[in-house]
Design a protein. Structure first.
Lengths: 191, 191
DNA sequence: ACCCCACTAGACCGAGCGGTCTAGATTTGT
DNA sequence: ACAAATCTAGACCGCTCGGTCTAGTGGGGT
């Protein structure tokens, strides 16, 4: 996940981006500050200058970063789509490609950070907000493509849970094809 | 998860059970050996006597333990069921109850351990095997309830990913009702 | 009575953790 | 030109981590 980041960005962004990458791979508790800092080629001072509360603040920034990226992917899949089926299938194929790029160990970029993050209330609320944003975004696209409001909400939620669970299964099976087969579960309208 | 464990069990089982409980709550990296041992009221010596490779062996035992429990829940839901819809709805309601019992922070008992576990190949293969067992078990019940073989497999996979993803969403929203609403996504037959 | 061996008990270890703090470098405002 | 503010740099701290190792301890076999 996360595109090249070739051009030099601010120190703060580089930290958030590096942390996102590593948290996705090994989980929040599985990554040490030293690992993040050596990857970002920055000293500890910079970290605690930009993120006063240290690792937990960094996790918030990383999750926000990953969330923005995921929303972009959703838009990229749905904006050119002719139908909801179209957009949703494209989304799963894009995620499959992402899965392969990331090296097959990572969970879904967003939930990989969110569900392993610091166990304080603030972070849990962030998870909820980000997940809801995501579902709402899909629902909005669904409505634009002609689905009635209540059905749009349901299908977006359905898509979300299938994407989450599908990513887990893809990880266990080490195969992005799992994700590519998910759209067939979403074709039939719910209840 | 995991029922009372009131009667005294073997030291080894008590370790595996305690570890399962804690790994589900905080993830593999999030729990220290000292925490497991103090909860189980056992010294380090016992751990390394029963699990020569230490924490990673313990994770395997814990995951196996949790998996057996989950298979039991699947059977309990499907054996008395008249139809697949019946069994699957009961399963989600049982999981919702479990979710409330566990304190709303834990992920799905099995995947909570599996997806945060030690990052070696052996453990990944165990995840795959356990996930497959689970899907196969549901598919077997589906066939017994009259579904044709290929459809049974698909619907079991669909159920699995929705349960995984639904559990994540339930966690973020702190509400077991999320799980209780999942069955409606599974009613329509897949393509 | 004796030993044996599976098991318990916990002190101890080096490494790495997250976090603090002071000193220097660099940029900005005037 | 100079000082204030911002940011980089990294030594240092106490602590906990997973893991090792030696010393008991208790029940079963003979």
């Amino acid at each position: 996940m996360m595109p090249a980041m070739t051009k030099q960005h601010s120190t703060k962004d580089r930290l958030a981006w590096t942390a996102a990458r590593l948290f996705q791979e090994k989980g929040y508790e599985g990554v040490g500050l030293s690992e993040i800092l050596s990857n970002a080629k920055l000293p500890k001072g910079s970290l605690y200058h930009h993120f006063q509360k240290g690792k937990s603040d960094l996790a918030i920034a990383a999750a926000t970063f990953a969330s923005r990226e995921m929303l972009r992917i959703i838009d990229d899949a749905f904006v050119p789509a002719k139908t909801y089926e179209d957009g949703m299938t494209t989304l799963f194929f894009k995620c499959a490609k992402l899965f392969d790029l990331m090296g097959k160990w990572n969970g879904c970029p967003v939930s990989g950070i969110l569900l392993s993050g610091p166990r304080n209330g603030a972070f849990r609320e962030l998870s909820e907000a980000i997940f809801n944003d995501w579902i709402t975004r899909v629902a909005t696209h669904a409505e634009k493509l002609g689905l009635p409001e209540p059905e749009a909400q349901d299908r977006a939620t359905h898509l979300f849970v299938v994407l989450q669970g599908g990513w887990d299964l893809a990880r266990a099976r080490q195969s992005s094809d799992v994700l590519r087969e998910m759209p067939k579960f979403l074709r039939a309208a719910p209840a």
